[in-house]
Structure formats: structure tokens, C-alpha cells
Write a protein that binds this ligand. Structure first.
Ligand SMILES: [Zn+2]
Length: 326
């Protein structure tokens, strides 16, 4: 595995922007970065051949009231379970892996309350979809989870021998035995490539890791949902800019309304809710300030459907019967 760790020096420091903070009374000491609109670091020469494709492996059915404060109990939302293929001339990455062939065994590792509140529509695992599409597996350099929860790594089990790209904080979180990382520990051993945030500040985050050294895939630490959660900022060849934000919020309303997950969802899903609340507030400001960046929460089906699907086909319909794990 030869993933460069160098970072482009063209990115300026944006620490000063962090100084522009504001207090928000009832929600405590939220101190957001208020970025200037023009501070997005430019990619001087977007590489050709950089594109994304969403691979739908299934969806979870849940009420909007489970996803964000203010969501309706009467509105059912589809929570996407997707992998995203990031194609790059230097090699491809699979951002998250969706649910895989053994998803039911993986889901049984969840708490009873989580299983009971979840209805899963399982589709075709990402590895099978890629094989059927004629994808050359040799192009896949690594799987890059936004974080180590089961619904983001279950499908990685079907990619034998493909390294997993992870930061040390998330690796330690898994090794700590935390209940939310049981599936990560039960997956077959595989090469682990540990990267460090050894690059300069980026988009108001204190450090970064530029995967290919050309600004096309830049990772920043985004602790809260899990300690080693990341955001992946991606710039495509056509200039589109995307921010894959994992489970920082579950639906876009979290950013659009600057609201957290409801308390029970926070209790069950978020490792450090207070830290995550501050991060949501910062990201909501970034979202307002940078309308040219498309933010993609990992489970927002509308956001995922806005991406091209594998083989330029529409997202596969979820024909399978809904199942309640365990
Ligand atoms: Zn998730």
C-alpha cells in the first residue's frame, strides 16, 4: 500500500477565522467558526478522472423524529446505507462500505433497543455490485470508513485483502472495546493503513490529511459521533466540491436548521454528544458560508441520490423484504 501522506502547501492557515466565534445562550457554549465565503482553499489544477459513484447497499426506515430535533413522528425517512466509490487516477477509494453479505450477523451486535427501532431493507452488497459492473478490483486501493460503526464497515468484510485506511484515534477506539465497535472487532483481519492528520489547517479544522497530495481528497478530524470520525472533502474533475460528513448529522436538516439528533438517538449513537453539538454548529456555519460545497450526510437518502450511481444507473430499487435484525 503506497498512499502518500504529503500535503499541498498551497492551503493557507485559517486559524484566524476560528476567532470569529459567538455565544449562543440556551444551547451552552457553542463557539462556531464563522468562515468567510472565499476561504475555501482552491485546488489549483483539479486532476482529470476524479469522480464519485454511489453504491446503494440498502436503506433503513426510520421516523424523522429519530433523526433530528424537530423532525416529525409521522414522517418516515429512508436512511441510505451506501458505499461511495471515489475514482482517482492514482487509484480508487471506497468511502464507507455499506452493509455486506453478513449484515444480519453484524446487526445482531447492536443493542436490543437499536435493533427494535430499526427496519432494514437490504440490497446487494457493494462488492457484488462492483463485480457485476465489471469493475477492475485492482484499481481499489483502500476502504476509507468515515467511522467504525457497523453500518459503515459491514460491507468491507466482502473485500478480502483490500486495506482499510484509518486514523490512529479510531483504531484505538475500536481496540478500547467500546460497544459500538463490536462489528469492527469481529471482521476478518485485514491490512490497516494508519494515516495521520499531518497536513495544514483546512476549512477551519485544525489539521488535515491530503490522501493523494493534490487536494482532491482531503480528510479532517471530526470527533464527536466517534472519537476518530472524519469529514472527507472531495473535489471532482469538473470542479464540484463535496463534503462527506459521515454521521455528524443523519439528515440535512441537522445542518440546515443547526439542530442535533434527538436525545435518545444521541444517547444510543453518539460517543461525545456535547463535542458533536459544537461540531454541528460549526458545520452549519460552513454550510451557510459555502453554498458551492454539497454536504453529504452518510444516511441522507436525498443527498446520496444526488450523486451519480454506479454505472450511471439510478439507485437500485429496494425490492427486498424489510427485516428487523435479531
Ligand atoms: Zn451510520
Amino acid at each position: 500500500m503506497d498512499i502518500p501522506i504529503s500535503c499541498s502547501p498551497v492551503f493557507a492557515s485559517f486559524d484566524a477565522l476560528l476567532m470569529a466565534s459567538a455565544q449562543r445562550g440556551p444551547e451552552g457554549d457553542l463557539q462556531p467558526a464563522l468562515p468567510a465565503y472565499d476561504f475555501y482553499p482552491a485546488v489549483t489544477e483539479p486532476a482529470s478522472g476524479v469522480s464519485v459513484a454511489a453504491i446503494w447497499t440498502g436503506a433503513i426506515e426510520a421516523r424523522a423524529s429519530h433523526a433530528f430535533v424537530g423532525g416529525s413522528r409521522n414522517e418516515l425517512r429512508q436512511f441510505a446505507l451506501c458505499a461511495v466509490l471515489l475514482r482517482h487516477p492514482a487509484g480508487d477509494l471506497l468511502l464507507d462500505a455499506g452493509i455486506g453479505e453478513r449484515w444480519q450477523a453484524h446487526a445482531r451486535q447492536l443493542l436490543w433497543l437499536q435493533r427494535r427501532s430499526m427496519v432494514v431493507h437490504a440490497g446487494v452488497p457493494a462488492a457484488q455490485q462492483l463485480a457485476r459492473s465489471g469493475y477492475d478490483r485492482a484499481r481499489l486501493r483502500a476502504i476509507l470508513p468515515t467511522h467504525a460503526h457497523w453500518d459503515h464497515i459491514s460491507g468491507s468484510e466482502d473485500f478480502a485483502g483490500v486495506p482499510v485506511l484509518m486514523n490512529e484515534t479510531e483504531r484505538r477506539f475500536i481496540a478500547s472495546g467500546h460497544r459500538s465497535t463490536r462489528v469492527a472487532r469481529m471482521l476478518a483481519p485485514r491490512p490497516l493503513c494508519i494515516y495521520a492528520f499531518n497536513g495544514p489547517p483546512y476549512m477551519g479544522f485544525e489539521a488535515s490529511h491530503d490522501v493523494w497530495g493534490d487536494g482532491c481528497v482531503v480528510l479532517v478530524p471530526a470527533a464527536g459521533h466517534t472519537p476518530g470520525s472524519i469529514i472527507a472533502f472531495v473535489t471532482l474533475s469538473d470542479g464540484q466540491r463535496l463534503a462527506f460528513i459521515g454521521d455528524i448529522v443523519w439528515q440535512m436538516e441537522g445542518l440546515e436548521r443547526d439542530v442535533p439528533k434527538p436525545w435518545l438517538s444521541r444517547l444510543l449513537a453518539d460517543y461525545a454528544p456535547t463535542e458533536l453539538r459544537r461540531l454541528v454548529h460549526r458545520l452549519a456555519a460552513l454550510h451557510r458560508a459555502c453554498p458551492d460545497i454539497r454536504f453529504i450526510p452518510a444516511h441522507d437518502a436525498r443527498a446520496l441520490r444526488s450523486l451519480p450511481a454506479l454505472d450511471a444507473s439510478p439507485p437500485p430499487p429496494l425490492h427486498s423484504e424489510a427485516q428487523r435484525p435479531g
